[in-house]
Design a protein around this ligand. Structure first.
Ligand SMILES: Nc1nc2c(ncn2[C@@H]2O[C@H](COP(=O)(O)OP(=O)(O)OP(=O)(O)O)[C@@H](O)[C@H]2O)c(=O)[nH]1
Length: 462
């Protein structure tokens, strides 16, 4: 059984569901884009900034090493002080950059190592500065006066400088390693973020595909539902109502939706139309009967009789039949003596006798007031004559009851057999002439007019 609520409501619900799924898909896609944008900006912002700061840190530590070399090579105090100035400047820069990195990456608690390595390096450079200072002064003195002890001292200083340079190199390396460690951590984090972003994109991709699949399924369900609950039922309805005579039973009212209600209305409408059509057909039959039959006797009337013969004119020309004209004798007297109603009763009785006495295939009609005509097919005149004689005898021997009065009537019969290849009017005219002859001979008799083709147009009595 179909759902209780209407077709419009069902279609609206399915459309709303479809719209929700589509909107959900779009919303999810937009949310995903927003999240990816955020994550990308984090990647390109925070991590990139950290990476740049770390790169600057590397540059500063390398510059500090360079300034250390400048200090080592200094041969006057001005160059030495410049080198030391730069070293201190780098020291401050490194401190500032480490602070920035600490702010950016509070989770990384290892920046103290860089500062420690920097401080140790600066300390060793300050020691180097002291030795370089001594070397400049001693070299100055030795250039001015020969001093063998001074030469020894200079060699000792050079040896200490060489020692400090080795220590300085390992401290520089330690600083580089400490900075490099953070750089590689930042890179690892960037790669990790990119990987998780990629995983997330893949996951969202799967979810979006799922949404698209659900949308497609809902769409297919919607199309199938419309096809089943609307299109097929309308096509079925159209088939039934376009048939020649639709039957209300062929209109299936299934469910309670709009189409079912429409089908119910059409069903009732078809019932009314069929009922009216039946009434019209019955009325037509009645009208047709009234137009072709005599109301008093229920026999065919003259109009129908003549039309039927004219319509079958060529067929009549080929077929064999006899015509008979019948007239009630002295009917006027019956009317005058017994009244018009009694006359009607007599006419009906004579009609019944003719209907019962002539073959079923005979075409009988009331031709005038008290006059009848009949065509009997495939019969010879003698065969029909004996039937007519029986009818005549029945009439004269039977009293008709009319309003308590008994009436005995007789009738005259004029019979003629059709001459081959002649029109029916010829035969009817001959029968009429035979009737006239029967009346003339004294009534209550059957007179047969025998004719040959050669006698056409002339009368010859039996
Ligand atoms: N009761 C009744 N009388 C009719 C009807 N149609 C015609 N008549 C009467 O039938 C009578 C026919 O009379 P006539 O034509 O003079 O012939 P008849 O009296 O039968 O005399 P014959 O034919 O010479 O024997 C008339 O008085 C008509 O009024 C009818 O439907 N009912």
């Amino acid at each position: 059984m179909r759902m209780g609520f209407g077709l419009t409501a069902r279609l609206a619900a399915l459309t709303a569901l479809l719209t929700l799924v589509i909107l959900g898909t779009i919303a999810m896609a937009l949310m995903s884009f927003a999240e990816y944008r955020k994550e990308l900006s984090e990647l390109s912002g925070q991590h990139t900034r950290a990476l740049m700061t770390a790169s600057q840190l590397i540059q500063q530590s390398e510059s500090m090493v360079g300034s250390g070399a400048m200090l080592l090579l200094a041969d006057d105090h001005l160059t030495r002080r410049q080198a030391m100035f730069e070293i201190n400047d780098r020291k401050e820069w490194i401190g500032r950059l480490v602070d920035e990195l600490t702010d950016m990456r509070p989770a990384d608690g290892n920046f103290a190592e860089i500062n420690r390595a920097r401080d140790q390096l600066v300390e060793s450079l300050e020691q180097l500065d002291g030795l370089v200072q001594q070397r400049i002064d001693l070299s100055q003195r030795l250039r001015e006066a020969h001093d063998p002890q001074g030469v020894d001292r200079l060699q000792q200083i050079e040896a200490q400088i060489a020692y400090l340079i080795r220590a300085h190199r390992s401290l520089s390396q330690a600083l580089g390693v400490a900075v490099g460690y953070h750089v590689s951590r930042i890179r690892t984090e960037i790669r990790g973020s990119a990987d998780s972003l990629s995983d997330d994109i893949r996951h969202r991709e799967r979810v979006l595909k799922g949404f698209v699949l659900v949308t497609l399924l809902v769409l297919i369900a919607l199309v199938l539902h419309i096809n089943r609950s609307v299109v097929q039922r309308i096509v079925q309805l159209q088939k039934v109502i376009s048939s020649e005579r639709p039957s209300p039973d062929d209109l299936v009212v299934d469910g309670r939706d709009e189409i079912a209600r429409m089908t119910g209305s059409i069903q009732r409408y078809v019932q009314r139309i069929n009922h009216n059509e039946e009434r019209i057909l019955a009325m037509n039959r009645e009208l047709d009967f009234l137009a072709t039959h005599d109301a008093l006797t229920q026999l065919n009337n003259r109009h129908y009789f003549e039309r039927a013969l004219n319509e079958r004119r060529s067929e009549m020309q080929r077929s064999h039949y006899c015509a008979v004209m019948i007239d009630i004798d002295r009917f006027k007297v019956i009317n005058d003596v017994h009244g018009h109603d009694a006359g009607d009763r007599v006419i009906r009785y004579v009609a019944d006798c003719l209907r019962e006495g002539l073959p079923e295939t005979a075409l009988i009609a009331r031709y005038g007031g008290e006059e009848f005509v009949a065509l009997a097919f495939d019969m010879t005149a003698p065969e029909l004559e004996s039937l007519l004689e029986a009818i005549r005898q029945r009439l004269e021997s039977t009293a008709i009851d009319a309003n308590g009065e008994s009436i005995v009537v007789t009738a005259s019969f004029g019979l003629a057999q059709k001459i081959p290849d002649t029109e029916f009017q010829v035969c009817l005219k001959a029968a009429d002439e035979a009737l006239y002859e029967a009346k003339r001979q004294g009534r209550n008799r059957v007179v047969t007019r025998r004719m040959r083709a050669a006698d056409l147009g002339e009368s010859s009595d039996a």
